[in-house]
Design a protein around this ligand. Structure first.
Ligand code: KOT
Length: 829
């Protein structure tokens, strides 16, 4: 900085009278100004939604202020930066999270109260930003929060879908999908950067040219689309640092396509160009299934190319050669969706920056790391060579060149072991040739991480066995975590206050291990009493929510037993529903004296099915049909209820999780890479009924099996049963409930037949038969424990106390140190 510039900055600062003021009077003025001038409503007459908008804009100002300071500071310090690439971010709502992280929630509450508004009601006006499907996307959101809070110089990159994940509407028990018009009322949390845009090329041909006596490849594109940046500030908690999530939107390119305009068909030429916007128009709603669609590939490359151009431009702004590139940049790939960044970086360095092939590859190998979220080989992305070659001809060449060197390396190491070569090749031969994105990532990235310890074992022994043999040092795991800011502070203020009171500090919001301090009070009667009171208030909030969403009235005295997550066969919502039918059947056959001992339950299921996933859709319908029968059976009353919560999303989770007593995570062992829902329930003092899968295995270590309800086959047992092709005899209890479904007890027997067949005639791949008896035992154990409220409350407190390991702060700390090599860079003031 020149002295002169500094003087100028200081003068501006004085003129502005420092930072924006956060006392209630200043906040009121700011809110009203925004209502009047940004929202353009009279300050004497505006409704809750307009008040929300006014408030959101005033919060936005404060975010922008810190965003500027942080980015300026990063620029000055020039630390190594982390770029976090993900095609999906499930951010949910921003208002509460922002004011909490900015440390101004109480001031805003006061300001609003004086204006006659309620903070809670305004917060509910906001729609969710649902730019993702499930676990992977919410993980990206949690990790952004931790990156900001822990002062890491990080940026996120993603796509600004016009339509996020579809809205789920239930008609007559069937799922229907509706578009998610999340941008229709504007989005105060983003900053449109019309000046930050890049041209992204598609199609065309590659020509060889000689430049300064060197042989060069020149890609002549057939189509160009403009990527425009939208910045979403991500505030850290307890720090001034506010990092950036930059999302790209597609716009027609400014470089006029003279040919189409030259033909005189002006109207159609304009309409044609407008089609460019389809690239960022809609999120693919398929969770964990690969579709091979051209538009999806375009989305991937579009977001990767814009991000890589942006990263390289920023680097070049302050560096004159690429020598330091790998010391200043780490690129994290969230699964293989952004893996085209690998050939893209190499292409830019070789074709545009004139580095040698070797220099470019060396750089790529030093900057990229990738995390896989997949368990089964079928989940891996394959791009048909023909598709890639037509859309990105130069990238296909680069991938072939990378593969050629890799195959040579393998031959050196293992000789002409053709089976091994074909298993490890980036190019899959066959009727349709494919590019295997995981193999490409494996070859170039310096590190590949799994998302839980047992997931890493699976990667080593199954999915990537050959690669593990070749490069054992590349394989690591970082057990997932979730942010306690969103999942406790935002969603469960009651419990937060209680925790801080008993720990004598709220420092656990940044240093989550402090929660351990609750252990010593777990049996304290006073804490237990207060704990139950807080949880009761949360349950009542959930009761009201259920009534609003479904019209059903349920009793808060019952045990709330919850399974909320994407609907998948491997997650076994079907096991849950069949268990509920069994419970219903048992109660129906009980004498009055026995009924008096039944623990009343409210079973809650929520989740979306991918639109093309027929079995998942049948599971949703079955849930409704069974619920219809049970909920309307006067003989059952409050003893059992089955509720399906429609349109499950982040903000629904924020209400459901704090009000749950028991939550289910019952995937067939070996199928859930990690699972993060369980961690949110754990933090909130909800007990877990779970199989020994993914992160549950690590939760058991932290909490103790005696404080959980564990059931089902272990991973090695699942493997053994599958290897031997053993068919176990269907347990009688299960045969009975499947029979009820089969014979039409809940109607729709034809429609439900495939569900019954999947258990009884198609080999029961997900082992419901094997696990049913132990599942029922775990459920019975939960009933027993619930009767003893002292014991239950103790377990609940111990869950919260032991949840520290599952904070994304821990995960991010490990990534920063072991994978990215980035250090905190804390903005002063
Ligand atoms: C989606 C498409 C391709 C490959 C993987 C996915 C994927 C995996 N989407 N979500 N996941 C989940 O990611 C979570 C975060 O790591 C895990 O906790 C969970 O087990 C995965 O299923």
């Amino acid at each position: 900085d020149s002295g002169e510039e500094k003087g100028k900055a200081e003068r501006v600062f004085e003129m502005m009278d420092g930072f924006l003021k956060n006392d209630p009077v200043s906040l009121q003025k700011d809110i009203l100004d925004h209502v009047e001038f940004t929202v353009a409503r009279s300050r004497f007459s505006f409704d809750d939604f307009e008040a929300y908008q006014g408030m959101a804009h005033s919060v936005r100002d404060r975010l922008i202020e810190r965003w500027h300071d942080t980015q300026q500071f990063f620029k000055k310090k020039d630390p190594k930066r982390l770029y976090y690439l993900s095609l999906e971010f499930l951010m949910g709502r921003s208002l509460s999270n922002s004011v909490i992280n900015l440390g101004v929630r109480d001031q805003y509450m006061d300001a609003l109260n004086q204006l006659g508004f309620s903070f809670e009601i305004l917060a509910e006006q906001e729609g969710d930003a649902a730019l993702g499907n499930g676990g992977l996307a919410r993980l990206s959101a949690c990790q952004m929060d931790s990156l900001a809070t822990m002062d890491f110089p990080a940026w996120g990159y993603g796509l600004r879908y016009q339509f996020g994940l579809f809205r789920q509407v239930i008609l007559d028990g069937f799922q229907h999908e509706q578009p998610d018009y999340w941008l229709n009322f504007g989005n105060p949390w983003e900053i449109e950067r019309v000046d930050v845009s890049y041209a992204v090329k598609f199609y065309g041909t590659v020509e060889e040219k000689s430049l300064n006596g060197m042989n060069c490849k020149v890609w002549i594109p057939g189509e160009t689309v403009e990527a425009v940046a939208y910045d979403n500030p991500i505030p850290g908690y307890g720090t001034r640092n506010t990092i950036n999530l930059r999302l790209w939107a597609a716009k027609p390119s400014g470089q006029y396509d003279m040919e189409s305009f030259g033909t005189g068909d002006y109207i159609n030429a304009v309409i044609d160009r407008q089609k460019a916007e389809t690239i960022s128009s809609v999120l693919y709603p398929d969770d964990r299934s690969y579709q091979g669609k051209e538009l999806r590939l375009k989305q991937q490359y579009f977001f990767v190319s814009a991000s890589v151009q942006d990263i390289i431009r920023r680097f070049k702004d302050s560096h004159s050669s690429f020598d330091e590139f790998h010391e200043k940049i780490a690129l994290q790939l969230t699964d293989t969706h952004p893996s085209l960044a690998i050939p893209e970086v190499i292409r830019v360095l070789v074709d545009e920056e004139q580095l040698s092939w070797k220099e470019a590859c060396d750089i790529a190998c030093k900057i990229f790391s990738f995390t896989t979220h997949t368990v089964v080989p079928e989940g891996l992305e394959k791009i048909p060579v023909d598709l890639l070659g037509s859309l990105l001809p130069r990238h296909l060449q680069i991938i072939y060149d990378i593969n050629f060197s890799f195959m040579e390396e393998l031959k050196q190491r293992f000789g002409l072991d053709y089976n091994r070569l074909s298993r490890m090749s980036i190019v899959e031969e066959g009727a349709v040739k494919n590019i295997l994105m995981a193999n490409l990532s494996m070859v170039v990235c310096h590190t590949v991480n799994g998302v839980s310890r047992v997931h890493l074992d699976t990667l080593k022994s199954k999915v990537f066995k050959d690669f593990y043999e070749l490069w054992p040092q590349k394989f690591h795991h970082k057990t997932n975590g979730v942010t306690q800011r969103r999942w406790l502070v935002v969603s469960n203020p009651g419990l937060c206050g209680l925790i801080s009171k008993w720990l004598g500090t709220d420092s656990w919001i940044r240093e989550v291990d402090l929660l351990l301090g609750l252990r010593e009070h777990a049996e304290n009667e006073e804490l237990q009493h207060e704990w139950r009171m807080v949880r009761r208030v949360n349950k009542i909030r959930l009761v009201e929510f259920i009534e609003t969403m479904t019209g059903m009235k349920v009793s808060p005295d019952a045990m709330f037993d919850v399974q909320i997550k994407r609907i998948h066969e491997y997650k076994r919502q079907l096991l849950n529903i069949l268990g509920i039918i069994h419970r219903y059947d048992c109660i129906k056959n009980m004498k009055d004296s026995e009924r008096r001992r039944v623990v009343p339950r409210v079973c809650i299921i929520g989740g979306k099915a991918a639109p093309g996933y027929e079995m998942a859709k049948k599971i949703i319908k079955l849930c409704h049909s069974v619920g219809e029968m049970i909920n309307n059976d006067p003989d059952i009353g409050d003893l059992l209820k089955l509720i399906f919560i429609p349109d499950y999303n982040v903000s629904v989770a924020e209400i459901v999780i704090p009000g749950s007593d028991l939550s289910q995570h019952i995937s067939t062992a070996g199928h859930e890479a990690s699972g993060t829902g369980s961690m949110k329930f754990l933090m909130n003092g909800c007990l877990l009924l779970a199989t020994a899968d993914g992160s549950t295995l690590e939760i058991i270590e932290e909490i103790g099996e005696e404080n959980m309800f564990i059931c089902g086959a272990k991973i090695h047992e699942v493997n053994m049963m599958r290897e031997k092709g053993e068919t176990i005899k269907m347990p009688l209890e299960l045969a009975r409930v499947v029979r009820m479904v089969r014979v039409g007890y809940f109607g729709h027997e034809e429609y439900f037949k495939p569900l019954c067949d999947s258990i009884e005639s198609s080999g029961d791949f997900y082992l419901l038969g094997h696990d049913f008896p132990s599942y029922l035992e775990a459920q019975a154990a939960a009933d027993m424990a619930f009767v003893n409220q002292k014991k239950w409350t103790k377990m609940s407190i111990l869950n919260t106390a032991g949840s520290g390991k599952f904070s994304s702060d821990r995960t991010i700390g490990e990534y920063a140190e072991q994978t990215w090599g980035v250090e905190p860079c804390r903005c002063p003031f």
